[in-house]
Design a protein around this ligand. Structure first.
Ligand code: PGA
Ligand code: ZN
Length: 460
Protein backbone atom coordinates (compact mmCIF):
# COMPACT_ATOMS: atom_id res chain seq x y z
CA UNK A 1 0.00 0.00 0.00
CA UNK A 2 1.40 3.41 -0.87
CA UNK A 3 1.11 6.42 1.37
CA UNK A 4 -2.36 7.92 1.54
CA UNK A 5 -2.13 11.65 0.76
CA UNK A 6 -3.74 12.64 4.05
CA UNK A 7 -2.18 9.95 6.13
CA UNK A 8 -2.05 10.76 9.84
CA UNK A 9 1.46 9.34 9.85
CA UNK A 10 2.95 11.68 7.28
CA UNK A 11 6.25 13.12 8.56
CA UNK A 12 6.13 16.84 9.34
CA UNK A 13 9.27 17.26 11.42
CA UNK A 14 12.55 15.46 12.09
CA UNK A 15 14.79 16.71 14.85
CA UNK A 16 17.98 15.32 16.38
CA UNK A 17 19.94 16.12 19.52
CA UNK A 18 23.04 14.87 21.24
CA UNK A 19 22.35 12.84 24.40
CA UNK A 20 24.51 10.42 26.45
CA UNK A 21 24.62 6.64 26.70
CA UNK A 22 25.29 4.21 29.57
CA UNK A 23 29.05 4.79 29.34
CA UNK A 24 28.60 8.55 29.40
CA UNK A 25 29.44 8.82 25.73
CA UNK A 26 27.53 11.08 23.36
CA UNK A 27 24.97 9.52 21.06
CA UNK A 28 22.19 10.60 18.69
CA UNK A 29 18.55 10.96 19.70
CA UNK A 30 15.92 11.66 17.05
CA UNK A 31 12.34 12.84 17.33
CA UNK A 32 9.95 12.54 14.42
CA UNK A 33 6.57 14.26 14.34
CA UNK A 34 3.66 13.31 12.11
CA UNK A 35 0.63 15.13 10.69
CA UNK A 36 -1.45 13.80 13.60
CA UNK A 37 0.84 15.68 15.99
CA UNK A 38 2.18 12.45 17.44
CA UNK A 39 5.91 12.07 18.02
CA UNK A 40 8.22 9.08 17.97
CA UNK A 41 11.64 9.05 19.56
CA UNK A 42 14.67 6.75 19.42
CA UNK A 43 18.31 6.79 20.52
CA UNK A 44 21.25 5.11 18.78
CA UNK A 45 23.14 2.52 20.85
CA UNK A 46 26.91 2.10 20.56
CA UNK A 47 29.29 -0.87 20.64
CA UNK A 48 32.75 -1.20 22.21
CA UNK A 49 33.82 -4.53 20.80
CA UNK A 50 32.87 -3.59 17.30
CA UNK A 51 33.33 -5.68 14.21
CA UNK A 52 35.59 -4.43 11.45
CA UNK A 53 32.78 -4.76 8.91
CA UNK A 54 30.19 -2.73 10.82
CA UNK A 55 28.58 0.45 9.51
CA UNK A 56 30.43 3.55 10.64
CA UNK A 57 29.44 5.46 13.75
CA UNK A 58 30.17 9.12 13.02
CA UNK A 59 32.10 10.96 15.76
CA UNK A 60 33.27 14.54 15.58
CA UNK A 61 36.97 13.81 16.23
CA UNK A 62 37.32 17.25 17.74
CA UNK A 63 39.66 16.39 20.58
CA UNK A 64 38.88 19.62 22.42
CA UNK A 65 35.30 18.47 23.05
CA UNK A 66 34.33 15.19 24.82
CA UNK A 67 37.57 13.57 23.76
CA UNK A 68 36.55 13.63 20.12
CA UNK A 69 33.47 11.46 20.77
CA UNK A 70 30.87 14.17 20.12
CA UNK A 71 28.14 13.49 17.59
CA UNK A 72 27.26 17.05 16.56
CA UNK A 73 28.04 16.33 12.93
CA UNK A 74 25.72 13.31 12.92
CA UNK A 75 23.04 15.46 14.58
CA UNK A 76 23.52 18.17 11.97
CA UNK A 77 23.25 15.56 9.22
CA UNK A 78 19.81 14.59 10.54
CA UNK A 79 18.58 18.16 10.83
CA UNK A 80 19.95 19.55 7.59
CA UNK A 81 20.22 16.62 5.17
CA UNK A 82 17.75 13.94 6.27
CA UNK A 83 14.91 16.09 7.61
CA UNK A 84 14.17 18.00 4.38
CA UNK A 85 14.24 14.74 2.40
CA UNK A 86 11.92 12.88 4.76
CA UNK A 87 9.26 15.50 5.38
CA UNK A 88 6.13 14.48 3.49
CA UNK A 89 6.92 10.75 3.48
CA UNK A 90 4.62 8.40 5.37
CA UNK A 91 6.32 7.12 8.52
CA UNK A 92 4.24 3.95 8.23
CA UNK A 93 6.11 3.13 5.01
CA UNK A 94 9.32 2.12 6.77
CA UNK A 95 10.94 0.72 3.64
CA UNK A 96 10.47 4.02 1.77
CA UNK A 97 11.97 6.02 4.60
CA UNK A 98 14.91 3.65 4.94
CA UNK A 99 15.52 3.60 1.20
CA UNK A 100 15.60 7.39 1.21
CA UNK A 101 18.11 7.39 4.07
CA UNK A 102 20.41 5.00 2.23
CA UNK A 103 20.18 7.04 -0.96
CA UNK A 104 21.07 10.19 0.93
CA UNK A 105 24.06 8.52 2.52
CA UNK A 106 25.13 6.83 -0.68
CA UNK A 107 27.95 4.74 0.86
CA UNK A 108 28.11 1.03 1.64
CA UNK A 109 28.85 1.60 5.34
CA UNK A 110 26.89 4.77 6.18
CA UNK A 111 30.15 6.70 6.42
CA UNK A 112 28.80 9.92 4.94
CA UNK A 113 25.91 10.61 7.31
CA UNK A 114 26.79 8.13 10.09
CA UNK A 115 25.09 4.89 11.11
CA UNK A 116 24.30 6.50 14.47
CA UNK A 117 22.25 9.14 12.64
CA UNK A 118 20.59 6.61 10.33
CA UNK A 119 19.62 4.15 13.04
CA UNK A 120 18.08 6.79 15.29
CA UNK A 121 16.01 8.16 12.38
CA UNK A 122 15.00 4.70 11.20
CA UNK A 123 13.82 3.58 14.64
CA UNK A 124 12.15 6.91 15.46
CA UNK A 125 10.18 6.52 12.22
CA UNK A 126 8.65 3.29 13.51
CA UNK A 127 7.81 4.88 16.86
CA UNK A 128 6.19 7.86 15.13
CA UNK A 129 4.14 5.64 12.81
CA UNK A 130 2.90 3.55 15.73
CA UNK A 131 1.94 6.63 17.73
CA UNK A 132 0.18 8.29 14.79
CA UNK A 133 -1.84 5.15 14.17
CA UNK A 134 -2.68 4.76 17.85
CA UNK A 135 -1.05 1.34 17.99
CA UNK A 136 1.53 -0.33 20.14
CA UNK A 137 5.04 -0.22 18.70
CA UNK A 138 5.11 -4.02 18.74
CA UNK A 139 1.97 -4.16 16.59
CA UNK A 140 3.33 -1.72 14.04
CA UNK A 141 6.71 -3.47 13.89
CA UNK A 142 4.94 -6.79 13.43
CA UNK A 143 3.23 -5.41 10.34
CA UNK A 144 6.46 -3.97 8.93
CA UNK A 145 8.28 -7.23 9.61
CA UNK A 146 5.55 -9.35 8.05
CA UNK A 147 5.83 -7.30 4.90
CA UNK A 148 9.62 -7.71 4.85
CA UNK A 149 9.41 -11.42 5.63
CA UNK A 150 6.88 -12.07 2.90
CA UNK A 151 7.33 -15.43 1.22
CA UNK A 152 9.28 -17.01 4.03
CA UNK A 153 8.76 -20.76 3.74
CA UNK A 154 6.11 -21.89 6.17
CA UNK A 155 6.69 -25.64 6.10
CA UNK A 156 7.37 -27.00 9.53
CA UNK A 157 10.42 -28.93 8.48
CA UNK A 158 13.24 -26.55 9.36
CA UNK A 159 14.30 -26.11 12.98
CA UNK A 160 13.56 -22.37 12.88
CA UNK A 161 10.09 -22.90 11.38
CA UNK A 162 8.37 -21.72 14.56
CA UNK A 163 10.17 -18.36 14.38
CA UNK A 164 9.39 -15.19 12.47
CA UNK A 165 5.78 -16.06 11.71
CA UNK A 166 4.00 -14.72 14.79
CA UNK A 167 4.56 -12.69 17.93
CA UNK A 168 6.93 -14.54 20.26
CA UNK A 169 8.15 -13.62 23.74
CA UNK A 170 11.92 -14.08 23.42
CA UNK A 171 14.06 -16.43 25.44
CA UNK A 172 16.65 -14.20 27.11
CA UNK A 173 20.38 -14.94 26.90
CA UNK A 174 21.78 -13.15 29.91
CA UNK A 175 25.26 -12.08 30.87
CA UNK A 176 26.43 -13.22 34.32
CA UNK A 177 30.20 -12.61 34.14
CA UNK A 178 31.88 -10.08 31.90
CA UNK A 179 35.38 -10.02 30.49
CA UNK A 180 37.16 -8.73 27.42
CA UNK A 181 36.66 -5.13 26.37
CA UNK A 182 33.59 -4.81 28.60
CA UNK A 183 35.36 -5.42 31.89
CA UNK A 184 38.97 -4.30 31.70
CA UNK A 185 40.13 -7.53 30.02
CA UNK A 186 40.17 -9.39 33.37
CA UNK A 187 39.12 -12.45 31.35
CA UNK A 188 39.66 -13.04 27.64
CA UNK A 189 36.12 -14.07 26.82
CA UNK A 190 33.62 -11.24 26.72
CA UNK A 191 30.44 -12.78 28.17
CA UNK A 192 29.58 -15.84 30.25
CA UNK A 193 25.83 -16.11 29.90
CA UNK A 194 22.84 -18.23 30.87
CA UNK A 195 19.75 -19.26 28.90
CA UNK A 196 16.78 -20.40 31.00
CA UNK A 197 15.73 -23.07 28.49
CA UNK A 198 13.41 -24.83 30.96
CA UNK A 199 11.36 -21.79 31.98
CA UNK A 200 7.70 -21.89 31.03
CA UNK A 201 7.18 -18.16 30.54
CA UNK A 202 9.21 -15.03 30.02
CA UNK A 203 8.49 -13.83 33.55
CA UNK A 204 9.57 -17.15 35.04
CA UNK A 205 12.74 -16.98 32.94
CA UNK A 206 13.47 -13.53 34.35
CA UNK A 207 12.78 -14.68 37.93
CA UNK A 208 15.33 -17.47 37.54
CA UNK A 209 17.89 -15.17 35.99
CA UNK A 210 17.62 -12.57 38.73
CA UNK A 211 17.84 -15.26 41.41
CA UNK A 212 20.94 -16.80 39.82
CA UNK A 213 22.55 -13.40 39.31
CA UNK A 214 22.26 -12.55 43.01
CA UNK A 215 23.37 -16.04 44.08
CA UNK A 216 26.43 -15.73 41.85
CA UNK A 217 27.27 -12.35 43.40
CA UNK A 218 27.07 -13.91 46.86
CA UNK A 219 29.19 -16.85 45.79
CA UNK A 220 31.89 -14.60 44.38
CA UNK A 221 31.77 -12.52 47.54
CA UNK A 222 32.23 -15.57 49.78
CA UNK A 223 35.39 -16.35 47.83
CA UNK A 224 36.75 -12.90 48.26
CA UNK A 225 36.24 -12.42 44.55
CA UNK A 226 33.26 -10.22 44.87
CA UNK A 227 32.28 -8.68 41.59
CA UNK A 228 33.27 -5.33 43.15
CA UNK A 229 32.72 -3.96 39.71
CA UNK A 230 30.15 -4.81 37.16
CA UNK A 231 31.10 -4.63 33.50
CA UNK A 232 29.55 -2.42 30.84
CA UNK A 233 26.58 -4.76 30.50
CA UNK A 234 26.01 -5.31 34.21
CA UNK A 235 27.73 -8.70 34.51
CA UNK A 236 30.15 -9.26 37.40
CA UNK A 237 33.77 -8.54 36.60
CA UNK A 238 35.67 -10.73 39.09
CA UNK A 239 39.40 -11.37 38.82
CA UNK A 240 39.19 -15.11 38.18
CA UNK A 241 42.25 -17.19 37.44
CA UNK A 242 41.00 -18.55 34.13
CA UNK A 243 38.17 -18.32 31.62
CA UNK A 244 37.05 -21.82 32.52
CA UNK A 245 36.66 -20.86 36.18
CA UNK A 246 33.97 -18.38 35.13
CA UNK A 247 32.04 -21.16 33.42
CA UNK A 248 32.34 -23.46 36.44
CA UNK A 249 31.26 -20.73 38.86
CA UNK A 250 28.15 -19.91 36.83
CA UNK A 251 27.22 -23.63 36.83
CA UNK A 252 27.65 -23.67 40.60
CA UNK A 253 25.37 -20.65 41.00
CA UNK A 254 22.64 -22.32 38.92
CA UNK A 255 22.78 -25.46 41.07
CA UNK A 256 22.85 -23.43 44.27
CA UNK A 257 19.46 -22.01 43.27
CA UNK A 258 17.97 -25.52 43.08
CA UNK A 259 17.90 -25.45 39.28
CA UNK A 260 19.45 -28.06 37.03
CA UNK A 261 22.27 -26.84 34.77
CA UNK A 262 21.46 -27.88 31.22
CA UNK A 263 17.85 -28.91 31.75
CA UNK A 264 16.55 -25.72 33.39
CA UNK A 265 19.30 -23.28 32.61
CA UNK A 266 21.94 -23.75 29.92
CA UNK A 267 25.17 -21.85 29.41
CA UNK A 268 26.27 -19.59 26.59
CA UNK A 269 29.50 -17.81 25.70
CA UNK A 270 30.27 -14.71 23.73
CA UNK A 271 33.94 -15.36 23.04
CA UNK A 272 34.30 -12.16 20.94
CA UNK A 273 37.47 -13.77 19.63
CA UNK A 274 38.13 -10.95 17.18
CA UNK A 275 39.41 -8.94 20.12
CA UNK A 276 42.22 -11.32 21.11
CA UNK A 277 43.30 -12.53 17.71
CA UNK A 278 47.03 -12.61 17.12
CA UNK A 279 48.20 -13.50 13.63
CA UNK A 280 51.59 -15.20 13.55
CA UNK A 281 53.39 -15.97 10.28
CA UNK A 282 50.17 -15.29 8.40
CA UNK A 283 48.27 -17.79 10.54
CA UNK A 284 45.24 -16.92 12.67
CA UNK A 285 45.80 -17.54 16.35
CA UNK A 286 44.36 -16.50 19.69
CA UNK A 287 46.28 -14.91 22.59
CA UNK A 288 44.83 -16.01 25.92
CA UNK A 289 45.99 -14.12 29.01
CA UNK A 290 43.73 -15.35 31.82
CA UNK A 291 45.19 -18.51 33.40
CA UNK A 292 48.65 -18.19 31.84
CA UNK A 293 49.84 -16.55 28.70
CA UNK A 294 49.17 -18.88 25.76
CA UNK A 295 48.96 -18.51 21.99
CA UNK A 296 46.73 -21.10 20.33
CA UNK A 297 46.24 -21.80 16.64
CA UNK A 298 42.65 -21.81 15.41
CA UNK A 299 42.66 -25.61 15.48
CA UNK A 300 43.96 -25.72 19.06
CA UNK A 301 41.49 -23.08 20.18
CA UNK A 302 38.60 -24.96 18.55
CA UNK A 303 39.69 -28.15 20.33
CA UNK A 304 39.71 -26.31 23.66
CA UNK A 305 36.23 -24.86 23.10
CA UNK A 306 34.96 -28.26 22.01
CA UNK A 307 36.32 -29.84 25.18
CA UNK A 308 34.33 -27.31 27.21
CA UNK A 309 31.13 -28.27 25.40
CA UNK A 310 31.70 -31.83 26.62
CA UNK A 311 32.25 -30.76 30.22
CA UNK A 312 29.61 -28.05 30.59
CA UNK A 313 26.01 -27.61 29.36
CA UNK A 314 26.97 -24.97 26.79
CA UNK A 315 24.25 -24.53 24.21
CA UNK A 316 25.36 -21.36 22.44
CA UNK A 317 28.72 -19.86 21.43
CA UNK A 318 29.09 -16.45 19.80
CA UNK A 319 32.10 -15.38 17.75
CA UNK A 320 34.34 -18.31 18.78
CA UNK A 321 36.74 -17.20 16.04
CA UNK A 322 37.89 -13.99 14.43
CA UNK A 323 35.55 -12.22 12.01
CA UNK A 324 38.00 -12.93 9.18
CA UNK A 325 39.10 -16.44 10.22
CA UNK A 326 36.92 -18.06 7.57
CA UNK A 327 38.89 -21.31 7.63
CA UNK A 328 38.47 -21.52 11.42
CA UNK A 329 34.71 -20.96 11.11
CA UNK A 330 34.55 -23.62 8.40
CA UNK A 331 36.32 -26.02 10.73
CA UNK A 332 34.27 -25.36 13.87
CA UNK A 333 30.82 -25.32 12.25
CA UNK A 334 30.56 -28.98 11.19
CA UNK A 335 32.07 -30.05 14.51
CA UNK A 336 29.59 -28.25 16.72
CA UNK A 337 26.53 -27.21 14.73
CA UNK A 338 24.45 -30.20 15.86
CA UNK A 339 24.95 -29.50 19.53
CA UNK A 340 25.56 -25.77 19.82
CA UNK A 341 24.06 -22.57 18.45
CA UNK A 342 27.04 -20.90 16.74
CA UNK A 343 26.31 -17.18 16.54
CA UNK A 344 28.05 -14.81 14.16
CA UNK A 345 28.17 -11.26 15.54
CA UNK A 346 31.35 -9.49 14.35
CA UNK A 347 31.28 -12.13 11.61
CA UNK A 348 27.99 -11.12 9.95
CA UNK A 349 27.52 -7.59 11.41
CA UNK A 350 23.78 -7.88 10.56
CA UNK A 351 24.76 -7.25 6.94
CA UNK A 352 22.56 -9.07 4.40
CA UNK A 353 25.36 -9.33 1.82
CA UNK A 354 27.90 -10.64 4.30
CA UNK A 355 25.31 -13.03 5.67
CA UNK A 356 24.52 -14.43 2.25
CA UNK A 357 28.16 -14.81 1.26
CA UNK A 358 29.29 -16.46 4.50
CA UNK A 359 26.26 -18.61 5.22
CA UNK A 360 26.66 -19.91 1.67
CA UNK A 361 30.00 -21.30 2.82
CA UNK A 362 28.32 -23.24 5.62
CA UNK A 363 29.55 -20.97 8.40
CA UNK A 364 27.73 -20.71 11.78
CA UNK A 365 24.02 -21.47 12.33
CA UNK A 366 22.82 -18.29 14.01
CA UNK A 367 23.13 -14.56 13.50
CA UNK A 368 23.23 -11.77 16.05
CA UNK A 369 20.93 -8.92 15.10
CA UNK A 370 22.03 -5.37 15.95
CA UNK A 371 20.29 -2.61 14.01
CA UNK A 372 23.16 -0.13 14.34
CA UNK A 373 25.67 -2.55 12.81
CA UNK A 374 23.95 -2.05 9.48
CA UNK A 375 22.07 1.26 9.80
CA UNK A 376 18.35 0.82 9.13
CA UNK A 377 15.45 -1.30 10.27
CA UNK A 378 14.71 -2.46 6.71
CA UNK A 379 18.23 -3.83 6.19
CA UNK A 380 18.01 -5.51 9.59
CA UNK A 381 14.76 -7.18 8.55
CA UNK A 382 16.38 -8.27 5.28
CA UNK A 383 19.13 -10.03 7.25
CA UNK A 384 16.59 -11.65 9.58
CA UNK A 385 14.57 -12.89 6.64
CA UNK A 386 17.65 -14.37 5.01
CA UNK A 387 18.59 -15.97 8.33
CA UNK A 388 15.25 -17.69 8.76
CA UNK A 389 15.13 -18.75 5.12
CA UNK A 390 18.55 -20.38 5.62
CA UNK A 391 17.44 -21.97 8.91
CA UNK A 392 19.70 -19.80 11.09
CA UNK A 393 18.49 -18.68 14.53
CA UNK A 394 18.29 -14.88 14.81
CA UNK A 395 19.22 -13.39 18.19
CA UNK A 396 18.15 -9.77 18.68
CA UNK A 397 20.85 -7.95 20.61
CA UNK A 398 21.62 -4.73 22.46
CA UNK A 399 25.04 -3.05 22.37
CA UNK A 400 27.38 -2.55 25.31
CA UNK A 401 26.60 1.18 25.11
CA UNK A 402 22.85 1.52 25.63
CA UNK A 403 20.23 3.95 26.88
CA UNK A 404 16.65 4.02 28.11
CA UNK A 405 15.59 3.28 24.53
CA UNK A 406 13.86 -0.11 24.65
CA UNK A 407 12.94 -0.51 20.98
CA UNK A 408 14.69 -3.86 20.67
CA UNK A 409 12.30 -5.43 23.19
CA UNK A 410 9.35 -4.71 20.89
CA UNK A 411 11.47 -5.63 17.88
CA UNK A 412 12.28 -9.07 19.26
CA UNK A 413 8.64 -9.85 20.03
CA UNK A 414 7.35 -8.41 16.74
CA UNK A 415 9.74 -10.41 14.57
CA UNK A 416 9.24 -13.62 16.52
CA UNK A 417 13.03 -13.96 16.63
CA UNK A 418 12.76 -16.28 19.63
CA UNK A 419 15.80 -14.94 21.48
CA UNK A 420 17.13 -11.68 22.88
CA UNK A 421 20.50 -10.67 24.34
CA UNK A 422 20.48 -7.47 26.37
CA UNK A 423 23.23 -7.87 28.96
CA UNK A 424 22.77 -8.54 32.66
CA UNK A 425 19.96 -7.78 35.09
CA UNK A 426 21.67 -4.75 36.62
CA UNK A 427 21.92 -1.19 35.24
CA UNK A 428 18.80 0.55 34.07
CA UNK A 429 19.70 0.69 30.38
CA UNK A 430 19.46 -3.15 30.50
CA UNK A 431 16.34 -3.29 32.69
CA UNK A 432 14.57 -0.80 30.41
CA UNK A 433 14.36 -3.66 27.90
CA UNK A 434 13.65 -6.51 30.35
CA UNK A 435 10.89 -4.42 31.93
CA UNK A 436 9.39 -3.54 28.56
CA UNK A 437 9.24 -7.26 27.82
CA UNK A 438 7.33 -7.77 31.09
CA UNK A 439 4.85 -5.12 29.97
CA UNK A 440 4.49 -6.78 26.57
CA UNK A 441 3.99 -10.21 28.13
CA UNK A 442 1.17 -8.80 30.26
CA UNK A 443 -0.35 -6.73 27.47
CA UNK A 444 -0.20 -9.34 24.71
CA UNK A 445 -0.97 -12.41 26.82
CA UNK A 446 -1.87 -15.30 24.51
CA UNK A 447 -1.23 -13.26 21.38
CA UNK A 448 2.51 -13.72 21.94
CA UNK A 449 3.74 -17.29 22.09
CA UNK A 450 6.34 -18.56 24.53
CA UNK A 451 8.54 -21.08 22.76
CA UNK A 452 11.30 -21.03 25.37
CA UNK A 453 13.97 -23.67 24.93
CA UNK A 454 11.90 -25.63 22.42
CA UNK A 455 13.49 -23.57 19.69
CA UNK A 456 16.64 -25.62 20.26
CA UNK A 457 14.96 -28.93 19.61
CA UNK A 458 17.31 -30.68 17.27
CA UNK A 459 20.43 -29.76 19.23
CA UNK A 460 21.64 -32.63 21.32
P1 PGA B 1 29.47 -4.50 21.75
O1 PGA B 1 29.34 -5.93 22.39
O2 PGA B 1 28.15 -3.86 21.78
O3 PGA B 1 30.51 -3.82 22.60
O4 PGA B 1 29.97 -4.71 20.34
C1 PGA B 1 28.21 -6.73 22.32
C2 PGA B 1 28.52 -8.08 21.73
O5 PGA B 1 29.66 -8.35 21.34
O6 PGA B 1 27.62 -8.90 21.59
ZN1 ZN C 1 29.25 -10.37 20.46
Amino acid sequence: MSAAPHSASRITQVHAREVFDSRGRPTVEVEITCTSGHTGRAIAPSGASKGRFEALELRDQTASRLGGAGVRQAVANVDTIMAPALIGLDAAEQDQVDRRLLELDGTANCSRLGANALVAVSLATAHAAAAAQGRLLVEHLYEVWQKAAHGLPTQGRTRTAALGRSLVMPLPMVNMISGGLHAGKNLDFQDFLIIPVGANSYSQALDWIVTIYHRLGKLLGERGLEGVLVGDEGGYGPRLAANEQAVATVVEAISACGLTPGRDVALALDVAATHFTEIQDGQFGYRLSAGGNRWLTSAEFIAEIESWTRKYPIISIEDPLDEADTAGWQAITPRLHNKVQLIGDDLFVTNPQRFEALSGQGIANSVLIKVNQIGTLSQTFATMRLALAADYWPVVSARSGETEDATIADLAVATGAGQIKIGSVARSERLAKYNQLLRLEERLQDRAAWLGGTIFTGLH
